[in-house]
Write a protein that binds this ligand. Structure first.
Ligand SMILES: Nc1nc2c(ncn2[C@@H]2O[C@H](COP(=O)(O)OP(=O)(O)O)[C@@H](O)[C@H]2O)c(=O)[nH]1
Ligand SMILES: [Mg+2]
Ligand SMILES: [Zn+2]
Length: 337
């Protein structure tokens, strides 16, 4: 008797739970787990599926599936817990990240810089979003907008309110069919409210019970991708307390482009802009051309990436000596034969 060959389909990871994933193939949803092969060969979290990933699954019927392979990623957004070296993937294949702040209490230019660094390190396009604009008078909003614009000259910026009719207009306009977006920012800035507004009431209702799995969706997910009516995809993220930067040396230079340009005039090419004689960055700080706030944030983020790079090097060194150990052991084994 001939057995049926397994049915492979390509699907999108739309939600992740502990060890389980919800994936979407066309309009069909599956609950999926990863194969043992993925589990046993994984070297880090990066080898596991993450929301936004395209995966190849084996359909097991009844809305269940096995994730067999992660298809090559266009981009990967990752962060690092402060003081640790392992990176945590946030989302895959994101085209544009909306970095959200609320204009009332959360407003903080340094925080924008930190998020910009992780977004740029992931080769993702950033857009800054000021939400809850219903809470402040127009003059105050103007002041805040000019502060953001003067610090981030080449980054797109838009304003929203989840509470005003059409308050998501600019956000909706920025979202294109077939592209993946994610909302980043502290807890409470209104990310989920904005996504609800983009979705509209009806869509949320139809999501209450999944047609394929017949399971209710009361489970609070940590990260979830929503498909909008227009065909754009939006990922909601839980608020992240720590957004440590990882492999982001280049991104830091990019985000702090003013400092990078100044640094070309430093006397030493390896200047750390910390104490060196002939440092153009320190000179600009002294003359007031560069603000102390931005300088300090730069030094802080630079230290974080340097630390990360260093520990990676150390890891590599360790790997090397382990390799040597294995070689010597193999030789000894051979000589015994
Ligand atoms: N006034 C005002 N409140 C908002 C706005 N957006 C969200 N909120 C409120 O802010 C709180 C946090 O919103 P939520 O969407 O859960 O934030 P998240 O943690 O970023 O997902 C909730 O009480 C919302 O009702 C807004 O545009 N204006
Ligand atoms: Mg939320
Ligand atoms: Zn310097």
């Amino acid at each position: 008797m001939k057995r049926d060959s397994p049915k492979y389909v390509t699907a999108r990871v739309v939600a992740q739970y502990r060890g389980k994933y919800r994936v979407l193939h066309k309009n069909e949803e599956y609950w999926a787990e990863v194969t043992g092969k993925i589990m046993y060969t994984a070297e880090s979290q990066l080898d596991y599926p993450v929301v936004g990933d395209k995966v190849s699954i084996i359909s097991l019927g009844y809305g269940n599936g096995l994730i067999d392979k992660i298809l090559p990623r266009k981009s990967i957004l990752e962060r690092r817990a402060v003081g640790k070296t392992d990176v945590q993937p946030i989302a895959a294949n994101v085209d544009t990240a909306f970095i959200v702040q609320a204009v009332d209490r959360d407003f903080n230019l340094n925080r924008f810089e930190r998020y910009l660094t992780i977004v740029k390190a992931g080769k993702i396009k950033p857009v800054l979003v000021l939400n809850k604009i219903d809470l402040i008078p127009p003059e105050e909003l103007e002041d805040k907008l000019s502060l953001v614009k003067s610090r981030f000259k080449d980054i797109n910026l838009l304003t929203t309110s989840a509470f005003k009719p059409n308050g998501d207009k600019y956000l909706a306009q920025a979202i294109k069919k077939g592209k993946i977006y994610c909302l980043l920012g502290s807890s409470g800035v209104g990310k989920s409210s904005l996504i609800n507004k983009l979705l509209g009431q009806e869509l949320i209702k139809t999501r209450a019970i999944s047609a394929t799995t017949k399971k209710g969706q009361h489970v609070t997910t940590h990260r979830e991708l929503f498909v909008l009516k227009g065909g754009g995809m939006v990922i909601d993220n839980p608020g992240m307390r720590e957004v440590g930067v990882a492999d982001a040396g280049e991104a830091v230079a990019d985000v702090f482009s003013d400092i990078s340009i100044l640094a070309r005039d430093c006397k030493f090419s390896d200047c750390t802009h910390d104490h060196e004689i002939g440092c153009a960055v320190l000179a600009a700080l002294k003359s007031g051309q560069l603000s102390e706030e931005q300088y300090l944030n730069y030094i802080k983020l630079k230290k974080e990436t340097d630390y990360y790079a260093m520990s990676k090097l150390e890891k590599r060194r360790k790997d090397k000596s382990f390799g040597k150990m294995v070689k010597t052991a193999m030789k000894q084994i051979k000589s015994l034969k």
